[in-house]
Design a protein. Structure first.
Length: 329
DNA sequence: GCCGGCTGCCGCCAAT
DNA sequence: CCATTGGCGGCAGCCG
């Protein structure tokens, strides 16, 4: 099978992980299936490119060298994000490259704020897209014809893939690998790099706790913080209403407005987040974890896992906790 | 895996 | 008159 060329487009002030995360996943896949991918990195000027953290990365191609003929040999083009995005957008070179690439490259993608380049090139008109959560409003404002999904880890719309902030690029790369090769390779790559092949929690872009913090600090701020701090307390809706000083109906509306979910659903997500963490990071018995996270019984946690993640807690632990180091004979 | 009882959600309406 | 809030009750889905 012919190798797939994956081309990353970078610029000064990039977020280094936007490049190195997916790059690492594709290169690991190429170790599992030799020759599956060939990777290269392009920038305005070839040579060292300084990322926003100060780490320098090396581009081996220039944007100018990427003419139509070169682009026809590219399978996947990925534009990274970073604080240098503003300056890089100003000269229009990357958007121009993307216009040349459209229709010639099988798949065009972005990580984090890289989505702005795709949007500038007109590739996201009338399409769904994802970007870093802090930039969701701005992308919506600047490109009202793009349907920005603020919840998604990554969005695939035809030939265009866009992912949320930073490490979401890893999730997207794994999905591409699963698509190109198969599930086993994607799983092996995820396991080897100790990342989730499929992030638990479905479409949630960040944990319930972070989401609550990001929500406008209204009447619910103190309540959601209290829930996150002590998930095992009695958080039936009456208790929550009392804590927030609202009626049941108003509590329900406040949650729907600022968190787009019901009070009980929020509590369950906080408990699930806590349980996932303990399952992976501790060796406590599953039942102990269930109680510690506020599930009234092992059975209740079991059903919550089945409903939201479609795996049992013990299967989840088996899949995601790092295996013990192998013993040398 | 089933089933009785209960919880929580949400549409609706009245009140502010 | 509209907007917001609180309460009621039916219904779906969950718990034990």
């Amino acid at each position: 099978m012919a190798t797939r060329r994956v081309l990353f487009v970078i610029y000064p002030g990039l977020q280094a992980l936007d490049l190195t995360g997916p790059h690492q996943m594709f290169s690991a896949a190429a170790e599992e299936r030799p020759g599956a991918y060939t990777l290269s990195v392009a920038a305005a000027v070839a040579g060292p490119v300084v990322s926003q953290s100060g780490l320098a990365l090396v581009a081996d191609l220039t944007l100018a060298s990427l003419n139509a003929r070169m682009l026809r040999g590219v399978d996947t083009l990925i534009v990274v994000g970073g604080t240098g995005m503003g300056a890089a957008r100003a000269d229009g070179a990357i958007a121009a490259l993307l216009k040349r690439a459209a229709g010639r490259v099988r798949r065009i993608a972005s990580v984090c704020t890289g989505a702005f380049f795709l949007a500038d090139a007109g590739l996201l008109e009338g399409r769904r897209a994802a970007t870093h959560w802090a930039y969701v409003p701005r992308l919506r404002r600047e490109h009202p014809r793009t349907d920005v999904d603020g919840e998604a880890i990554f969005v695939r719309d035809g030939a265009y893939w866009t992912s949320a902030g930073v490490t979401a690029g890893i999730d997207m790369a794994l999905a591409m690998i699963e698509d190109d090769l198969d599930r086993d390779v994607a799983l092996a790559v995820a396991r080897r790099n100790v990342v989730f092949r499929m992030r638990p929690g479905g479409q949630a872009q960040f944990s319930a706790e972070l989401e609550a913090q990001a929500a406008p600090g209204g009447a619910l701020a103190a309540l959601t913080q209290a829930i996150a701090a002590e998930p095992a307390r009695d958080w039936r809706i009456e208790q929550m209403a009392a804590h927030a000083g609202l009626s049941l109906r108003s509590l329900s509306r406040a949650f729907a407005r600022s968190l787009k979910q019901s009070p009980a659903a929020f509590v369950e997500r906080v408990r699930m987040d806590a349980a996932r963490r303990l399952l992976v990071e501790s060796e406590q018995p599953v039942e102990t974890i269930a109680r510690a996270c506020g599930f009234s019984s092992l059975r209740q946690m079991d059903r919550a896992f089945a409903r939201t993640l479609a795996v049992s807690p013990s299967a989840f632990r088996a899949r995601f906790s790092s295996p013990l180091p192998e013993r040398r004979p």
